[in-house]
Design a binder for this molecule. Structure first.
Ligand code: ZN
Length: 106
């Protein structure tokens, strides 16, 4: 797996965790719904045609999520996005930088 994809996965997991904690009142583990979302997202990332050249998913020209999952992940981003800069400043910074990248297929 490309390190860029590994980092994306880490960022996503942190965001889903925050979301689940506050929205689904879980404590240490994700609820089954969020586990499903994370599993789905990881599978999409593994298949991403851009890999190292990947921009952030929001800006990606390829819409690879199925609509129901896209809605879910959008909700997670909307909720957790603003918290990331405080809770995970390093990941948030990388994520911002990744968003500046122009996607190119390898
Ligand atoms: Zn949850």
């Amino acid at each position: 797996m490309h390190p860029r994809i590994g980092r994306e996965e880490k960022t996503l997991l942190a965001m889903i965790r925050l979301y689940c904690l506050h929205k689904h009142f879980t404590t240490d583990k994700l609820c089954p719904d969020c586990v499903e979302l994370m599993t789905y997202a990881s599978a999409r990332l593994a298949q991403c045609p851009f890999q190292g050249e990947k921009t952030t998913c929001v800006k990606c020209p390829v819409h690879c999520y199925k609509p129901v999952m896209r809605d879910k992940v959008r909700d997670v981003m909307r909720f957790s996005g603003p918290c990331m800069i405080y809770r995970h400043p390093v990941l948030a910074l990388f994520h911002f930088a990744d968003g500046l990248r122009q996607p190119r297929k390898e």
